[in-house]
Design a protein around this ligand. Structure first.
Ligand SMILES: Nc1ncnc2c1ncn2[C@@H]1O[C@H](COP(=O)(O)OP(=O)(O)OP(=O)(O)O)[C@@H](O)[C@H]1O
Ligand SMILES: [Mg+2]
Length: 408
């Protein structure tokens, strides 16, 4: 029969996926009881009573203790940290609040990025989400491009999310059951200009992650804005488990720029799952190969980063038309060459990512830093228009653009 010390040691393999530390280190193991018949009872203290990760913790605690051997059964029960315990934990972690478990049931978070704009990140993200869904996975897309959001159009989903009884934002359901959140859903007009930067932006991204009822997901895909700016940094801090997929076009010049995006990911210790080459050569009507953007850049980048080339998506007009009309090509014409390449990519992503509960995925990456800032002007559907932006105008990734300033 294992000793209490051994049991405690075994419980260090159970991870709080949001706080990125094991439950022993977090002081969440309230009590370990060893009965005469060998059965073990563990009480885990949660940060919030309705923690969606409860069932996962139960399984993980039980599995890790059973793995010691010599234990006929494990009972797991839960209580909640009291206010002073919560405060002490917050202080120890250097955070103003403790996460409420919004991402606790998300197995994989994948940021889709590129060095430069217009290479097809959003198109790939939208189709990849739909393809993952067709492969039997529950997928969602978070549109982190608050200035150039395009996910609602590509997934054919518009509207205003409702607020759940737990005061969480309920994502909208798009084609094929893909869940989606985008800044567009919170604007009064579709073409309303977004002028937030800096702290306000951080807060918006954080709310998209923490205040949204994501529920159980196999994949949360994050469509990044072009470049390697503030958004990527905020996400890297909030999502220590996130992986990156880098989209590039085939020409060597694009590959150099894409490498910068990869370097940002690596700087934050985020793993790169692979490269997707988009706008690759296609077969013309006579069967001849047309390589508008050249050839080989995706493979070269993948080799350089020592990651797999997940797919080569050819240029295809129907892919663009489908994206414009909210009908991802993988759904409307799954046999089309670009759709086939995107399915191949989806299967590559599945092969490159763990399918286990986040409670058993070891933490990696740098320590979390507190993120401060202004609340997003998110309103319940029945309320009036959002508060005006309080931040200076311009894109956070770029020096303020004179033309973007309001007329004084
Ligand atoms: N393989 C392809 N074949 C044909 N058209 C494509 C392909 N990939 C993307 N497109 C089209 O190219 C345009 C740019 O793609 P998209 O908006 O996905 O790029 P992006 O990298 O997300 O851009 P941004 O950096 O502005 O966010 C879109 O009109 C899209 O439909
Ligand atoms: Mg985009």
């Amino acid at each position: 029969m294992p000793t209490e010390e051994q049991i405690r040691e075994a419980l260090t393999s159970v991870i709080d996926p949001e706080l990125r530390k094991n439950i022993v280190e977090l002081g969440m193991v309230r009590r370990i009881l060893r009965h005469d018949d060998g059965r073990v009872e563990v009480t885990v203290s949660l940060t919030t009573a309705g923690c969606p990760i409860r069932a996962h913790f139960q399984q993980a605690v039980s599995d890790s203790v059973m793995a010691l051997g010599g234990v006929p059964g494990v009972g797991v029960d839960f209580d909640v940290l009291n206010d002073s315990e919560k405060q002490a934990l917050q202080q120890r972690l250097g955070r103003g609040t403790l996460p409420q478990g919004a991402l606790a049931q998300v197995k994989n978070v994948i940021c889709v990025g590129s060095g430069k704009g217009g290479v097809g990140k959003s198109t790939v993200t939208a189709n990849l989400a739909a393809a993952l869904q067709m492969e039997g996975m529950q997928a969602a897309v978070m549109d982190a491009d608050v200035w150039g959001y395009s996910i609602p159009r590509m997934l054919g989903v518009h509207g205003r999310p409702s607020i759940s009884r737990e005061r969480k934002i309920v994502p909208l359901e798009a084609v094929a059951g893909v869940k989606a959140i985008s800044i567009e859903f919170f604007l009064d007009r579709e073409d309303q200009a977004i002028t937030w930067r800096g702290p306000m932006l951080h807060k918006a991204i954080r709310q998209f992650l923490e205040d949204v009822e994501w529920g159980e997901l196999d994949y949360l895909l994050i469509d990044l804005p072009p470049g390697t700016g503030d958004v990527s940094m905020t996400l890297a801090q909030l999502l220590p488990q996130a992986r990156f997929v880098i989209v590039t076009t085939p020409q060597p010049a694009a590959q150099k720029v894409a490498k910068r995006a990869a370097e940002t990911a690596l700087r934050y210790d985020l793993e790169i799952s692979g490269v997707v080459e988009n706008m690759s050569p296609f077969r013309g009507p006579n069967g001849d190969r047309v390589a508008i953007f050249g050839e080989g850049g995706g493979q070269a980048l993948a080799d350089e980063l020592e990651v797999p080339l997940l797919g080569k998506v050819p240029l295809q007009e129907d892919l663009r038309v489908g994206a414009d009309e909210g009908r991802p090509l993988v759904l409307s014409d799954p046999d089309a060459p670009a759709a086939q390449a995107l399915f191949h990519t989806a299967r590559g992503v599945i092969a490159a990512t763990p399918q286990e509960l986040p409670t058993m995925q070891p933490p990696s990456g740098p320590p979390l830093r507190e993120i401060t800032g202004t609340e997003l002007p998110m309103v319940a559907p029945d309320q009036t228009s959002p508060k005006p932006a309080e931040e200076p105008q311009g894109r956070a990734d770029e020096p303020p653009d004179e033309q973007a300033r309001p007329a004084a």
